[in-house]
Design a protein around this ligand. Sequence first.
Ligand code: C5P
Length: 225
Amino acid sequence: GRSLDLAGQKVVVSAGGTREALDPVRFIGNRSSGLQGYALARTAAARGAEVTLIAANVALPDPAGATVVRVESTAELREAVLAASGHADVVVMAAAVADFRPAARHDAKIKKTDGEPEPIHLTKNPDILAELGERRRAAVPGTSPKVIVGFAAETHDVLANGQAKLARKGCDLLVVNEVGEHLAFGTPDNAATVLVAGGEPIEVPRGPKEDVADAVWDAVAARLS
Ligand code: C5P
C-alpha cells in the first residue's frame, strides 16, 4: 500500500509561480495558484517523506509536516531548489517558472511619461529543471537526486510534445497537464498524463489534485525501489 512508502526519502517540491520585478511595485507574473504543488507536498508528507516545499508567491497556509521556503523571483527559486536538491532523493518542479524577466529592474517606480511608454526589454531565465538534469548527467557533486520530476502544460500533441520535453530536460517523469476546459490553473481539479522515461505513460483521470499527486508519488516510489 501507499502508507509511509516514502519514509526516509528527502523530497523537494516547488510550487506556485515566479514573479519578475519591473520596479519596486510592479512585476511580470503568472496565474499559478500553487494548489498542485501543495497537494504534492501534503501527500508526500502523509506518505512519510521529509518534505521541503519551495513556494513562489502562494497564498495558501503551510502544509502540515513540510519545511516551507518562500521565494519570489526565478533567481531566488533557482537558488533555493539547487541548495535543497544537494541532499534530496527526489525533486519535483511543479512551479510555473517565468521564461523571461525584464532585462533591467528600475530602482524607482517607473513614471508615467507624456510621450510613448518605454518598451520593456526581456531576457531569458535559466531553466532550473533542465539544469538539474544536466548537473545529474554531468555528475556535479552535491546535485544528484535519484528522481527528477517536471511538469508541463500542453494543449496539443500532448504525448509527442511531452516525450520530447522529458528527453530535452533530462527528467525521469514529466507530468503533462491537459490545459483548457477550465482545468489546471486555480481549480481544485486536474487531469494529467505522467510520462515515464523508458516506460509506459500513466493516465490520471480528472479528479482532485491529490489524485495527480498520489499518482506522481506512486511512479516516484516505483522508480526508487
Ligand atoms: O519548458 P516548460 O516551461 O514547458 O517546462 C515546464 C517544466 O520546467 C516545469 O517543471 C517547470 O517547473 C520547469 N521550468 C524550470 N525553469 C524554467 C522553466 C520551466 O524549472 N525556466
